[in-house]
Design a protein around this ligand. Sequence first.
Ligand code: SF4
Ligand code: NI
Ligand code: NI
Length: 722
Amino acid sequence: MNLLDIIYDGQAQYLQRAEEMVAKVVAEQGKETPVKFPGTAYALPCIYAITGKKITNVGELEEALALAKEYIHPAKTLQAGLDAGTASAMLAEIIEAVKFVYDPIPYKGRDAEDLNTAEIRTLGFLPDAEVRSFGVALVTQDIPGVAVLIGEAPDAETLASVVKDYQQKGLLTFMVGKVIDQAIEQNIKMGVDLRVIPLGYEIESVIHVVSVAIRASLIFGATKPGDFLAHRTYTKDRVKAFVNVFGGWDNKIIAAGAAAIELGFPATVDKYINEVPTLLLYQPDYEKVVATSLEARGIKIKITEIDCPVSVSSAFEGERVRKDTMFAEFGGNRTPAWELVTTGDLADIEDHKITLIGPDIDDAMFEEGKTVRLPLGVLVEVAGKDMQADFETVLERRIHYFLNYVEGAMHVGQRNSSWIRLTKEAYGKGFRLKHIGEVLYAKMRDDFDKVVDKCQVTIYTNKEDVERLYTEKAKPVYDKRDTRMAALTDDNVEEFYTCLLCQSFAPSHVCIVTPERLGLCGAVSWLDAKATKQLDPTGPNQPVIKGTAIDERLGIWDSVNEAVATNSQGAVESVTLYSILEDPMTSCGCFECICGIMPEANGVVIVNREHADITPVGMTFGELASMTGGGVQTPGFMGHGRQLLGSKKFMSAEGGLERIVWMPKALKDDVAERLNKAVKEMTGIDNFADMVCDETIAVDSEAVLEFLETKGHPALAMDPIM
Ligand code: SF4
Ligand code: NI
Ligand code: NI
């Protein structure tokens, strides 16, 4: 068979299965039965993007079949073959959707608390929130690419070495088929957080990664449903995905491969088939699969040499260390711990000097088999001609990420609330405290090379030192910074900053970052932007010299409008910084929270990405989020960072923080302290967070209103919000 016939045969197999399954589900469940994937506002996302049609019930699956058939017209042209790939993708999505009609959780890994101890670990469909959570990492190249592994490698070790290589390089890896069992056999850590995602055993489950790419186009690109060419252009240009097929292919895999190629994703195979230059590649040497794939997709990886016995990669950022795998622990209220970055004189700092003062984790004083607990002070001293004291906090906050990158290390908190855990596995591989210094040294030099010319790290583990240096050294610095931060307001700085990082995914989105309004992803504060400008003068953060405001209440500046218009290529001409109703700032899609108006309560509800359930406005986070994004202005909806919930500028044009009537409890607990403080200073109201309703109190609109009335919530007495 030639390549096209192989694709047509594979596609015919999808068609037969889809037709049988649809006929069966129509007969057994009736046409009115709803059809949906969990946690998405985009129905069956691939079919929606390709055709513009939202499939919502079993009856409409018959229409979906007809839509897929429009792409079936076998001929001896490449495009006809690629169209058969598109049809196969739509048919696979139909097949998968039917599985969800019969069982709300057909992929049992979704039921598991911990994927690595669960029996069945497949995850299948990824909800919108998970797709959005990849946003920032994808734009910053923190996730440099997406690998899709299909089939079964010749042996588990081979598979493991490929997956570990991708994981080490920070890629997002999806697995379909027996490769999942091979990864389990080799103890590969899996999960959405760990960037290794077991989709399912049947080839049809590969549609769930296609759906991630397509939703990136819908969410971040604001690409129109039905404009398939635009979606293809988006995925080809912006989603750096590729496919590796192991253990020989069958016709269905090749038909799926045609769909991938149509989206711009090249594929490698280990059993020969006609080659299509740059798109379908034959690579029988498993040691070269990774290099071939990265080259085919133009993915370049920056490698930092670090003297450390375990892997250091952004892929391990989300790894948790539980009590039963823990070897050592620092801070977390059990021992005193702090971390501090300070600037010294070039002459006084000795580059790459790593010092441990006090016992290490293998000290003889520790009892065998018991968790090692030590006080910990981490002092990072840097020096450089262009280093500024303002950048210290930026560098210091990176400690959290850098230590989380360590395989087998978990870092939570900051300053004197830092909390670190190390696994037995990492200890077994030889990880010791000096390696904390090595990792911090290497990453600081690497990420901040423009301002850090020298860096030395000192680690203290004697209780007296840690406590004394906290009082003498760390606390005074924290206090000084807090005073400086409190004094940094939108009114008393000369410039704001643009952030264009997300343009790689949301081409017309521009964030304006101010001292009182950080980027909506939560990752870029005004100080971060200022530091980035220094590190990368022509980079994504450029100053906007403020000048005089046209309207102080709404937050309108000529300079800001100009910057937004230029940088969005004219897509957006005017934004306000302090209003949700008049020309609100646009969103890219990777916001931490979404805020929407609840008219009957005369206020707003706020939902964080992690909250999956319905809100009092009758929509989930995903549904609210789908109202905005892709650089589009939607009055009444605003994506923002968590930090904004302690800002006096939070939609101040409409009355500010006092308008908040409902938030998920977890979010409320997280921001309560800052929220209460800001509201108290502005209005004199104590403990405002207690007046804000949450899902443990009420979700139903009427019950929410009742609660607000009992609490005397200030929003009820304010001017009508709209
Ligand atoms: Fe994207 Fe805005 Fe965050 Fe920059 S500040 S990374 S543009 S969301
Ligand atoms: Ni880690
Ligand atoms: Ni973004």
